[in-house]
Ligand binder design. Structure first.
Ligand SMILES: [Zn+2]
Length: 91
């Protein structure tokens, strides 16, 4: 909150800067860019990057995956959950 107030009073800030329309860097799908990356449902350390701290699968806008690979990841996470390598939910 204090940070926001300060920015308002500070006249040195860029007039074009609008935090609502921040320049978005285009994310490249991790699996498309790295051909050596093998998605493995038996590797929870690897899949942990794609779940939130509550154990939920992160949406594509967060992971930056393409639709195809997001689908693969989702299946892999669900498989890992089934064999108890990943949690269904964390408090
Ligand atoms: Zn991809």
């Amino acid at each position: 909150m204090a940070d926001k107030k300060q920015r308002k009073n500070n006249k040195n800030y860029d007039e074009d800067y609008n935090p609502k329309f921040r320049k978005q860097r285009k994310k490249v799908c991790l699996l498309c860019s790295d051909k050596n990356f093998v998605l493995d449902y038996k590797n929870p350390e690897q899949l942990r990057k794609f779940i939130s701290d509550k154990g939920k699968i992160l949406p594509r806008r967060n992971t930056g995956m393409c639709a195809k690979h997001q689908r693969d990841i989702t299946i892999a996470i669900k498989r890992a959950r089934h064999i108890a390598l990943l949690p269904y939910a964390q408090k």
